[in-house]
Design a protein around this ligand. Structure first.
Ligand code: I85
Length: 355
């Protein structure tokens, strides 16, 4: 038994080795296609209830995904793992993740389909709070999701208060560094920040995602997009790196200054300057959602009118996140190189001796 951040006992994951077909009827209904495998609808034989099944080739990466998703499972805003099987499928070892079935569809499909009932700024605040709860839970147990994007945010169907949950731990990463500090051979009273490891970059990737999702929720289009509509362009990467985006008229004219200010702190180009999840959850626009104005937004209409562009918007966010994960890996190598560079160490020691 391990303990999670809330100090609740966390049962360790038992991977079942019997055939999944003992307990579930596997249908051919495809619910979604991930990069590492497809998601099928399955039915529990004893109850007739629907579940979602994610099939992964059995490898170290798949085990990491399952383990991190399992640790995240107690959070109400994260799609829950029910069971994990290790089975042979077409002669190959597979990991089969049985999850609760989210049958309310993707976040933005729900908002697009609202007809004439306008989506309001207060509703946007409630949605951002539920996504924030998922990220807060993850960051508290030192997991960065690193793939928070529209197609990984799914609604359960239970009305009227359908829950929004985060899924897909294929890029999730443990942020606790496994360096000498984990098993210190000295008392680390005065440890330099760079020695503590570069974990902040991975978490800040999730904060950037929150900024992009919040922006789209409030107007229906993303803050950054390529001009030609084809995947990610050099121009778009430059705009992301330079933090070039606007709050154009007319969609943004009625949106509160607090909301726009919150987006600015989430989309800060420098990852270390970006807001943390704790600051986000304590922001009045999030934690005093009752006081957020019920201003009707243009979001549903824009999403409807621009629905042909939506696939490109999703592709662009996928690609921007991939770039960010690679870039942050690079920053990390640089900071580690600096902190272990003997010349730099010598210079620092010398500087300390100077009066
Ligand atoms: N239910 N990214 C896009 C889906 N319930 N879906 C994706 N990675 C995953 C699919 C491709 C997310 O890990 C994914 C993963 C897990 C799910 C998942 C988990 C639990 C669902 C890839 C549905 C669903 C079920 C019934 C109806 C409907 C959707 O997707 C809808 F309402 F849309 F018709």
């Amino acid at each position: 038994m391990l303990s999670n951040a809330q100090n609740h006992p966390m049962p360790s994951l038992q991977i079942k080795k019997n055939a999944i077909t003992d307990e579930y009827k596997v249908t051919s209904q495809v619910l979604g296609l991930g990069i590492n495998g497809k998601v099928l609808e399955i039915i529990q034989k004893s109850t007739g209830d629907k579940y979602a099944l994610k099939m992964l080739k059995d490898c170290a990466k798949a085990h990491r995904e399952v383990e991190l998703h399992w640790r995240a499972s107690p959070c109400a805003n994260i799609v829950r793992i029910i069971d994990v099987y290790e089975n042979l499928y077409q002669g190959k070892k597979c990991l089969l993740i049985v999850m609760e079935c989210m049958d309310g569809g993707e976040l933005f499909s729900r908002i697009q389909d609202r007809g004439d009932q306008a989506f309001t700024e207060r509703e946007a605040s409630d949605i951002m709070k539920s996504i924030g709860e998922a990220i807060q839970f993850l960051h508290a147990i030192n997991i960065a999701h690193r793939d928070v994007k529209p197609e990984n945010l799914l609604f359960s169907s239970k009305r009227p208060n359908a829950l929004l949950k985060l899924t897909d731990f294929g890029f999730a990463k443990e942020t606790t560094s496994h360096n000498s500090l984990a098993t210190p051979c000295f008392t680390p009273y005065y440890v330099a920040p760079e020695v503590l490891g570069p974990e902040k970059y991975d978490k800040s990737c999730d904060m950037w995602s929150l900024g992009v999702i919040m922006y789209i929720l409030l107007c229906g289009y993303p803050p950054f997009y390529s001009n030609h509509g084809l995947a990610i362009s050099p121009g778009m990467k430059r705009r992301i790196r330079m933090g070039q985006y606007e709050f154009p008229y007319p969609e943004w004219s009625e949106v509160s200054e607090e909301a726009q200010q919150l987006i600015r702190t989430l989309l800060k180009t420098e990852p270390t300057k970006r807001m943390t999840i704790t600051e986000f959850m304590n922001h009045p626009w999030i934690n005093k959602s009752m006081k957020v104005p019920q201003t009707p937004l243009h979001t549903s209409r824009v999403l409807m009118e621009e629905k042909d562009a939506w696939e490109d918007v999703k592709e662009e966010m996928t690609s921007a996140l991939a770039t960010m994960r690679v870039d942050y890996e690079q920053i990390k190598i640089k900071t580690i190189k600096d902190s272990t560079n003997p010349l730099l160490t010598k210079r620092r020691k010398k500087a300390m001796q100077e009066p």
